[in-house]
Design a protein around this ligand. Structure first.
Ligand code: PHE
Length: 344
């Protein structure tokens, strides 16, 4: 029996020695160390031995089992490390490879400009009108008639209007000034609002003009509002927007819905007033139209012009963005050239 045990031990140790992977180890464990193993079978046979032999052979059987177990454990650990290393090697990540670039979208420069202008006026206590007070598809009433444009008056030609086929009087608005009427119809003074949005004009497209552009309308109506308030607000706006006290010039002008009316110029950004191509040698650039709300407009919406006065202004967003960033062609805003857009 002792001989048999020695043979088993030698065979087992040899198998352990030759084991290649964890599957081999599992097979060895099953054969030599489990309850159904050859060793256990021998231990079961101990009872047939003489009382003297029994403890000797029993002890030897235990010794053999221990030896095999130790060898298996050592080999198992070695195989585990080997397999782990192989896995690490084959699944290795090269951390020196450059990462994949995820392109980030940006806010369009025109939207950025609108946001900037809006926040300047919000800082002065203006609020933005609700969308329903600023529709892009308008009736002639809000775009012209309520703004004191006389019927069939050539002033209507100041902006070449896009007419629709929806109804004869339904148009694409040519100015945001209709928002003044919508606002005054629904809210009563004191009013201090701005209304940004798209406008449409049927014009030939050039470096300075596009069929579609953006305006920001402003309206203040209260007691004792004067032209000095208009000047103060707009001068403060240009100071903040252009980041320095840039000289402004108020030129007399005409709009049917304001009286008196003015167009406001800032000193040319490029030549600082000396005269260049951008400002057609004048040294000045027009940025907006403005004026005191015409008493007829106030009357039309049921506000008493003897009690209340107001001023309004309308600025071109593209124009202001072009002046600030020295952009020479309005079409750049609409061509979606990523190289241009990425700069903002
Ligand atoms: N709506 C005018 C335009 O588009 C600008 C303007 C607005 C003028 C408000 C006076 C008052 O040219």
């Amino acid at each position: 029996m002792q001989k048999q045990l020695e043979e088993i031990c030698a065979k087992a140790l040899n198998e352990v020695e030759n084991a290649q992977n964890s599957a081999d180890i599992d097979a060895i464990k099953l054969e030599y160390l489990s309850r159904k193993s050859v060793l256990n079978n021998i231990k079961k046979g101990l009872k047939d031995l003489t009382p003297e032999q029994r403890p000797i052979v029993g002890a030897f059987a235990n010794e053999v089992a221990q030896k095999i177990e130790q060898a298996v454990n050592e080999k198992e650990q070695a195989i585990y490390e080997k397999e782990l290393n192989e896995k690490l090697e084959s699944e290795r990540i090269d951390i020196t490879l450059p990462g994949r670039n995820i392109p980030m979208g940006k806010i369009h420069p025109l939207t950025q400009t609108v946001d900037e202008i809006v926040s300047i006026f919000q800082g002065m206590g203006f609020t933005i009108t609700d969308n329903e007070n600023s529709p892009e598809v308008e009736t002639e009433y809000y775009n012209f008639d309520a703004l004191n444009f006389p019927k069939d008056h050539p002033a209507k030609d100041m902006q070449d209007t896009f007419y629709t086929k929806v109804a004869p009087n339904v148009i694409l608005r040519g100015q945001t000034s209709g928002a003044q009427i919508h606002t005054m119809e629904t809210k009563k003074p004191p009013l201090r609002i701005i209304s940004p949005g798209r406008v449409y004009r049927c014009e030939s497209v050039s470096a300075r003009k596009n069929n579609l552009f953006h305006q920001i309308e402003g309206l203040v109506v209260d007691k004792n509002i004067t032209f000095a308030d208009l000047k103060g607000v707009l001068n403060e706006f240009t100071r903040i927007y252009f980041g320095e006290a840039r000289p402004t010039r108020f030129r007399t002008s005409f709009f049917p819905f304001t009286e008196p009316s003015a167009e406001i110029d800032v000193q040319c950004i490029m030549c600082k007033g000396k005269g260049c191509k951008v400002c057609s040698q004048t040294g000045w650039l027009e940025i907006l139209g403005a004026g005191m709300v015409d008493p007829n407009v106030l009357k039309g919406v049921g506000i008493d012009p003897d009690v209340y006065t107001g001023f309004a202004f309308g600025m071109g967003v593209e124009r202001l963005a072009m002046l600030k960033h020295a952009i020479c062609d309005i079409r750049m805003f609409f061509n979606n050239d990523i190289r241009f857009l990425e700069q903002f």
